[in-house]
Design a protein around this ligand. Structure first.
Ligand code: NDP
Length: 399
């Protein structure tokens, strides 16, 4: 029987919900490319419940304990002697969400000799040292597509929020003001602007589709070109390098995974090629950007705004400069963990576990690493190596 450690974010400060704002969520059976939503044999939760916090347990306890497994659920993942570290010695499976990632570093692999499977409940497995996973023969899987559309909605919201200067205008209402000029002195229409996505995968392409009706010109950069029919349908301009994309765009949105090729792709040097007053939206991973270069670009006016929900490390230290830099629209990492998204990735996590325990293959589209090499989506979208360096800094949040 297996021991499973599930690292989840804390419950709400006022306690685990006893009721919800809505009575349910729409049922999504298929994603835009035809891939089916998760198909576990059963689910022990009601769609729309809070599953991603410790008391929600991703809805897994009944299922796992009925099969005789041991489930340890904790939010204590960073710093000396964390519960995660204490429990690793006999763990077979580690599950965590990118919002509150269990950084599975080489040191942690060394402490976990029985580890066989790491599941990302969500999308983006950069918090696992993929090189170490390959070397230890550990399978890494994530719930591909489960929250891609959720993130794309968030990107669209943040583009509009930044360009139209929504958050400072909202603040004037709270401050009992009616300061129209203060609000609009930085407020523009998106219509007619050029928006470009770095990566036109599931999220990037969805962002382009969502922005199209606003009358923007659409651009993308990717390692693989989209089918001609899609380029024509959306009237897309393709760029084969970041300089060309950023020189052309008023709004840039990052939608690629974090891996050694993409780490710090936006830095002091590459920011010089952005248009002055560009907006940058990053809901992909904090480490795609050089932290201090973003702050400087906002202070100098090279960037007119920066918004996103991803930081490095997570949770972000309380004095992280992105909390206080000018013209930002940051949130904690929430875009992919709406109640709607949680239902899908909790179901997908269960599907992966059911396959693993019954010896059935895990869906190809869920695989990142298998059999000592990148596999499935991992082989398509990642590069070998490790992007967890510096993750020990996450312990500073506790202090
Ligand atoms: P996909 O796998 O569908 O898309 C990723 C795309 O990135 C692929 O098209 C891939 O291109 C492209 N890519 C990879 N490396 C590069 C590169 N060096 N330059 C340009 N493009 C590159 O994933 P999703 O769209 O679903 O998710 C993307 C990322 O968004 C995730 O990896 C994750 O980090 C983040 N995410 C964030 C969430 C949040 O809550 N904020 C939730 C979900 C995801 P190709 O395959 O053609 O090489």
């Amino acid at each position: 029987m297996a021991k499973i450690i599930c690292v989840l974010y804390d419950d709400p400060v006022d306690g685990y919900p006893t009721s919800y704002a809505r009575d349910g969520i729409p049922e999504i059976l298929k994603y835009p490319d035809g891939q089916t939503a998760p198909t576990p044999k059963a689910m022990d939760f009601k769609p729309g419940e809070l599953l991603g916090s410790v008391s929600g347990e991703l809805g897994l306890r009944k299922f796992l304990e009925a099969e005789g497994h041991t489930l340890v659920v904790t939010s204590d993942k960073d710093g000396e002697n964390s519960t995660l570290d204490q429990e690793l010695f006999d763990a077979e499976i580690v599950i965590s969400q990118p919002f509150w990632p269990a950084y599975m570093t080489a040191e942690r692999f060394a402490r976990a000799p029985k580890l066989k499977l790491i599941i990302t409940a969500g999308i983006g497995s950069d918090h696992t040292d993929l090189q170490a996973a390959m070397e230890h023969g550990v399978t890494v899987a994530e719930v591909t597509y489960s929250n891609s559309n959720s993130v794309a909605e968030h990107v669209a919201m943040m583009i509009l929020g930044l360009v139209r200067n929504y958050i400072p205008s909202y603040d004037w209402v709270i401050k009992e003001g009616w300061n129209i000029a203060d609000c609009v002195a930085r407020s523009y229409d998106v219509e007619g602007m050029h928006v470009g996505t770095v990566a036109a995968g599931r999220i990037g392409l969805r962002v382009l589709r969502l922005m199209k009706p606003f009358g923007l010109h659409l651009h993308y950069l990717d390692r693989h070109r989209l089918p001609e029919a899609i380029e024509q349908e959306l009237n897309l301009t393709y760029h084969d390098n970041l300089k060309s994309l950023t020189e052309a765009c008023d709004i840039v949105t990052l939608n690629c995974p974090l891996h050694p090729q993409t780490e710090h792709m936006v830095n002091a040097e590459t920011l010089k090629h952005f248009k002055r007053g560009a907006y940058l939206i990053n809901t992909a991973r904090g480490k795609l950007c050089d932290r201090d270069a973003i702050v400087s670009a906002l202070e100098s006016g090279q960037l007119a705004g920066y918004a996103g929900d991803v930081w490095f490390p997570q949770p972000a230290p309380r004095n992280h400069p992105w909390r206080t830099m000018p013209h930002h629209g940051m949130t904690p990492h929430i875009s992919g963990t709406s109640l709607s998204a949680q239902t899908r990735y909790a179901a997908g996590t269960r599907e992966i576990l059911e396959c693993y325990f019954s010896g059935q293959p895990i869906r190809q589209e869920y695989l990142i690493v298998e059999g000592g090499k990148l596999a499935g989506v991992g082989a398509h979208s990642y590069s070998p190596g490790n992007a967890t360096g510096g993750s020990e800094e996450a312990a500073r949040f506790k202090k």
